[in-house]
Design a protein around this ligand. Structure first.
Ligand code: BES
Ligand code: MN
Ligand code: ZN
Length: 487
């Protein structure tokens, strides 16, 4: 699906469809259509209940005229509209273009000057994210995406950036959607190597023996119940012909499947736990886009990949494990495995002495209980950095909400009876105690943000540009932050 800028007049466009984005009760953009088209649209508007509310779409067939159909897509009230409104509306439009098998279309945004970089980027993101479908295991005919979409007076650079961001996010979705019988720690590492080769990144993969040798007993323990051994993945991106402005480490939780282990999950909770690698997939996607855009930041992608399975060799409740940074972890529940693997990953990340660490993890069901399934929990040891990530998330249209790390009474709940740390903190404040556990492995003085994406990483329903299944949440927030560092 090509997305390009179009510099000619709307009236001279010949093709399958024109899509007009309109604010509520404001149909002035109709006058930009060629005369015959505008007349047909006005007549239709006079009899249809279309108001231009957000999510509304009106199709006007215009056979025999310069284009075959005109679509009006509602943006809702002008005062309320922001970039994400356009991202969402573009997704509504592209889904319909797809189901109507439209091949090419011209998209016209309501006048507020020309759509500049940001708006062109947002619309492009909405189009590419909205056209996404995971269909590789569906036999039979699939609906093709439109071949070519043109944005009237669009900004070419904005379109390019939007394409790279959205394609990276779609790449993360594809990986998340791959099931545990396809993506396991070993094949995930192979994918990281393949990606690195494609992009010219450094990639080092450590196998189970090396994981032990490096003192990453926590990752090793979580992986030891699986028939597929754990892998530790370290990708590095350095900008070409530019100086890096910041050194950032991204850490992604990479449980290729989480059965709970010996504390096995009940069936309905185990379903979709292939998505427990969403953080890892987001990290790979961010590196991909950063390399494609040659962003001026040094980026490290760290993934401690394991599969959490019950087995004769599985780690067990009561086990006491020495993590890479020397702290002893007592296992209360083998289903709180994410933080155990992240312990080693964050210790390793801290040894790289970065300027910033961001981690993304489908860490706790408690975070979903606290914030609902559409919002990620944000935790930080550095107010300024936390604010920067919140602002980046806003620009990306991804919901994050900060939860506190300063409750010292709550912190006591992860003290272990017979070791330094316990891997659970009890029923209440579960997202917070999990984040506090992670904090124990972040090096002193390194600004760190933890995003608990357990809710938004997976979607049960389709909504605007979010598909069912893996969402790729967090990819664009990270990219927006990195784009901000470089400007
Ligand atoms: N991967 C889960 C968290 C999760 C739950 C992600 C639902 C997405 C949807 C994590 O490993 C887990 O099992 N956490 C436990 C922790 C508990 C045992 C302290 C949880 O949240 O129930
Ligand atoms: Mn678990
Ligand atoms: Zn998990």
């Amino acid at each position: 699906m090509k997305v390009e800028a179009y510099g000619d007049e709307v009236k001279s466009f010949r093709g399958d469809a024109v899509v007009l984005f309109v604010y509520e009760e404001d149909f002035r953009p109709v006058s930009r259509l060629a005369k015959g088209l505008a007349g047909r649209v006005r007549k239709t508007l006079a009899v249809e209940p279309f108001k231009g509310k957000e999510g509304e779409l009106l199709k006007v067939p215009t056979p025999g005229l310069s284009v075959n159909r005109v679509y009006l897509v509602g943006l809702g009230k002008r005062e309320k509209a922001g970039e994400d409104t356009f991202r969402r509306a573009a997704a509504v439009a592209v889904r319909r273009l797809k189901s109507d098998r439209v091949k090419d279309a011209l998209l016209v945004l309501p006048r507020r000057g020309e759509p500049g970089f940001e708006l062109s980027k947002a619309v492009t993101e909405g189009l590419i994210l909205g056209a996404y479908a995971f269909e590789k295991y569906k036999s039979g005919e699939k609906k093709p995406a439109p071949e070519k979409l043109l944005i009237y007076r669009g900004d070419a650079k904005g379109i390019k950036t939007g394409r790279v961001f959205a394609e990276a996010q779609n790449y993360a979705r594809d990986l998340v959607n791959e099931p545990g019988n396809v993506i396991n720690p070993v094949t995930l590492a192979k994918e990281a190597e393949r990606l690195a080769k494609e992009l010219g990144l450094e990639c080092k993969v450590y196998d189970e023996t090396q994981i032990k040798e490096m003192g990453m007993n926590a990752l090793y323990a979580v992986g030891q119940g699986s028939a597929t051994p754990p892998r530790f993945i370290h990708l590095t991106y350095k900008p070409k012909r530019r100086k890096a402005k910041e050194k950032v480490v991204l850490v992604g939780k990479g449980l290729t499947f989480d059965s709970g282990g010996l504390n096995v999950k009940p069936g309905d909770y185990m379903r979709h736990m292939k998505s427990d690698k969403s953080g890892a997939c987001a990290v790979l996607a961010v590196l991909k886009a950063a390399a494609e855009l040659n962003l001026p930041v040094e980026l490290h992608g760290i993934i401690a990949a394991a599969e959490n399975m019950p087995d004769g060799r599985a780690y067990r409740p009561d086990d006491i494990i020495k993590a890479k940074n020397g702290k002893f972890i007592e296992i209360d529940n083998t289903d709180a495995e994410g933080r155990v693997t992240m312990a080693d990953a964050l210790s390793y990340a801290s040894e790289l002495k970065p300027d910033k660490i961001i981690d993304l993890a489908t860490l706790t069901g408690a975070c979903i209980v606290a914030l609902g399934e559409y919002t990620a929990g944000l935790f930080t040891n550095d107010e300024r950095f936390g604010r920067a990530i919140k602002e980046a998330a806003k620009r990306a249209g991804e919901r994050v909400w900060e939860l506190p790390l300063d409750d010292e009474r709550l912190r006591k709940k992860i003290k272990a009876p017979q070791a330094d740390l316990l891997n659970t903190g009890g029923r209440y404040g579960g997202a917070i105690t999990a984040a506090m556990f992670l904090q124990e492995f972040v090096g002193e003085g390194i600004p760190w943000v933890h995003l608990d994406v357990a809710g938004p990483a997976w979607s049960k329903e389709e909504y605007a540009y979010t598909p069912k299944g893996g969402t790729g949440f967090g990819v664009r927030t990270c990219l927006e932050y990195l784009r901000g560092v470089s400007s």
